[in-house]
Design a protein around this ligand. Structure first.
Ligand SMILES: *Cc1c(COP(=O)(O)O)cnc(C)c1O
Length: 421
């Protein structure tokens, strides 16, 4: 007997590429067919067949308060009654820009966009406009959205320019992207020695969370801050995941390293499609209509999206204890994984982000992440899904814990991990 999810997947495949609107949702990496969702509340999500899951995907990060948080939903409903979009400035845009600045003081000026992809693409344009330089450095394994210049893989030699990592991206679009290794200072130094005066910016996830969760080693972010300063390049923190998640002020607050520009997404929209970029006033004054860097958006600053983001950030700002609580729950999950699986896994955890890598190696970069046994992860994923625990359908994605996860949720999850072992 086929399930409703299976039927929907078959139908969707006829009119949507792969049946999904973002590739990871297709469950290919875990050799299952995707579960189609119907609704969610708090830490639980329900599929179209009526199955209930404890959700550790949390929409890939936005759901830090849990699903359908009451005050957010009420505010969004009220905003809808006033109209969905005006294409004109509203008071909410000022409110959220100021709230972001209060929580993350390096964001002296913010421009709202509609996705993380757009935020990073635009921040890089600003960095290039400000410095008058073309090259950027990104790290292998870090994801910054799907804009052409960032879909790169490292070239063959250590000091070569990036090569396209997707069909449809001309090599001309990636030749200004240099690729370094995460947590590897020498790889960054080598690029600066070769291209120093032509490098506009380093863009980095201050905690990498798109090759699984990989923490910056002590001194790594400080090193990036120093070397960019020394060469007159900008430091861009892509905090699309870490922003408002590791601390009210994101990874820059957590690690005490201040970038020149920051990109935001996921939590900043409270579940609506939102991204943002910002930073030092003198840099952001390069953006049109003030300056010569063009960037625009029909639905940028959309009133419904701004309301969802504003209400979510307000809750986080008013209840900073959320951060210690979610970190404690996540640590309990990490400790359980270490005890159950022992030497056969490596667990990275910081705040409410974690990954269980099925490898004996210490995971500090893309190469070590790639030593993971993805078949084993697929087995683990499948076992947990059938037990009512919804994990990321890939070894190389983070596990997200929300404020709505209860003690019972965490205990049940730990129990299932023990049984899987
Ligand atoms: C999700 C993500 C993006 C892209 O954001 P979209 O809203 O999916 O375009 C960019 N950077 C990081 C670090 C992300 O995790």
């Amino acid at each position: 007997m086929t399930t409703k999810s299976e039927q929907l997947f078959e139908k969707s495949k006829t009119c949507i590429p792969g049946g999904v609107n973002s590739p990871v949702r297709a469950f290919k990496a875990v050799k299952r067919t995707p579960v189609f969702m119907d609704h969610a509340k708090g830490s639980h999500i329900f599929d179209v067949d009526g199955n209930e899951y404890i959700d550790y995907v949390c929409s890939w990060g936005p759901g830090i308060l849990g699903h359908a948080y009451d005050t957010v939903i009420e505010a969004v409903k009220a905003a809808c009654d006033k109209g969905l979009t005006f294409g004109a400035p509203t008071a909410k845009e000022y409110d959220i820009a100021m709230l972001i600045r209060e929580m993350m003081p390096s964001m002296e000026m913010t421009r709202m966009v509609s996705s993380g992809t757009e935020a990073v693409m635009s921040a890089i344009r600003v960095a290039r406009g400000y410095t008058g330089r073309n090259y950027i450095i990104k790290f292998r394994g870090c994801y910054h959205g799907h804009s052409d210049g960032l879909l790169v893989k490292a070239g063959s030699g250590a000091l070569t320019q990036g090569q396209p990592d997707s069909l449809g991206v001309p090599a001309d679009y990636t030749k200004n992207t240099l690729v370094a290794e995460y947590n590897n200072q020498a790889s960054v130094k080598a690029l600066f020695e070769q291209y120093g005066s032509e490098i506009a910016a380093i863009v980095v996830e201050p905690v990498a969370a798109n090759m699984g969760v990989v923490l910056p080693e002590p001194g790594f972010l400080e090193f990036l801050r120093d070397i960019t300063k020394r060469y007159g390049a900008l430091l861009i923190f892509d905090e699309v995941i870490t922003g408002f998640r590791l601390a009210p002020g994101g990874a820059q607050e957590y690690y005490g390293v201040t970038p020149d520009l920051t990109t935001l997404g996921k939590i900043v929209g409270g579940g609506m499609p939102v991204g943002a970029y910002g930073g030092r006033k003198e840099i952001m004054e390069m953006v049109a209509p003030l300056g010569g860097v063009y960037q625009a958006g029909t639905l940028s600053g959309n009133p419904i999206a701004m309301t969802a983001g504003y209400e979510t950030l307000s809750v986080l700002k008013e209840h900073p204890s959320i951060y210690t609580e979610i970190a404690d729950k996540t640590k309990q999950l990490a400790d359980t994984a270490k005890t159950c699986f022992g030497d056969s896994v490596w667990v990275n955890q910081v705040g409410s982000l974690m990954s269980i890598f099925f490898t004996k190696e210490r995971v500090v970069d893309m190469d070590s992440a790639l030593t993971s046994d993805t078949e084993k992860y697929a087995d683990y994923f499948s076992y947990m899904l059938d037990k009512g625990i919804y994990l990321a359908p890939s070894q190389f994605e983070a596990m997200f814990v929300s404020n709505a996860h209860t003690k019972e949720d965490v205990e049940k999850t730990c129990q299932c991990m023990k049984e899987f072992k």
